[in-house]
Design a protein around this ligand. Structure first.
Ligand code: AMP
Length: 217
């Protein structure tokens, strides 16, 4: 199964992608995570992408399409992939259709997570992740059960993203509205779009996605 999670920054795509890995034995592919790894490793690609990411703009299509193509070629250990943060433009969506067709695959569903813009800034600014396993947390909505210790792996190191500050978040939201939102119509026309209320609590969104994928919503 190949799924796309679509929604603005802060909609909860990463959180739900992590849960889908467990629920459906899928492997998460996040272009944001891949780009951040390239920046941290100081590769040429990381140097090209780093400034753009710090401004909250979108990295060039050919760069992210290349990352996804390479990753699809390596295959997965699970039952398929969840794409988190890709595609983000019509050109990327068209490239994805092509890449999958070349590999004899097809996109099964696109889950759109609907969230109010006003809530997004608050959601993004409070978030942090475990530096070791990537489990996501939030200052207000989801703190570790034992303060300072990751629930999943026990690590005591946490990180916050450099682009999770108010000014950059506003640019990321603008990029979403201008460049990514047209994908909703693109996938609706293909009959693949399923929309869920991303404002609900994490467990409820997880169940709504499950129902949408099983065709019972
Ligand atoms: P994310 O972790 O998905 O919020 O992505 C963080 C940043 O990486 C974005 O603000 C963009 O600068 C860049 N990025 C991630 N995925 C893409 C993509 N599919 N197309 C263009 N830029 C991307």
């Amino acid at each position: 199964m190949i799924l796309v999670l679509l929604g603005p920054p802060g909609a909860g795509k990463g959180t739900q992608a992590n849960l889908l890995e467990t629920d459906r034995s899928l492997v998460k592919l996040s272009t944001g995570d891949m780009l951040r790894a390239a920046v941290a490793a100081g590769t040429e690609l990381g140097r090209k992408a780093g400034d753009i990411m710090e401004r909250g703009a979108l990295v060039q299509d050919d760069i992210v399409i290349g990352l996804i193509a390479e990753r699809l070629d390596r295959g997965g250990e699970g039952e398929g992939f969840i794409l988190d943060g890709f595609p983000r433009t019509i050109a990327q969506a068209e490239a994805l259709d092509r890449l999958l067709a070349e590999r004899g695959e097809t996109l099964n569903a696109v889950v759109e997570m609907q969230v109010d813009d006003d809530a997004l800034v608050k959601r993004i600014i409070g978030r942090f992740t475990c530096a070791n396993c990537g489990e996501g947390y939030h200052d207000d909505f989801k703190t570790p059960k034992v303060p300072g210790v990751c629930d999943r792996c026990g690590s005591k190191e946490f990180v916050r993203r450099r682009d999770d500050n108010e000014e950059v978040v506003r640019s990321r939201l603008e990029a979403y509205h201008a460049q990514t939102k047209p994908l909703i119509n693109y996938y609706a026309k293909q009959g693949k779009l399923k929309s869920v209320d991303g404002m609900a609590e994490i467990g409820e969104v997880r169940r709504a996605i499950g129902r949408a994928l099983d065709g019972s919503a």
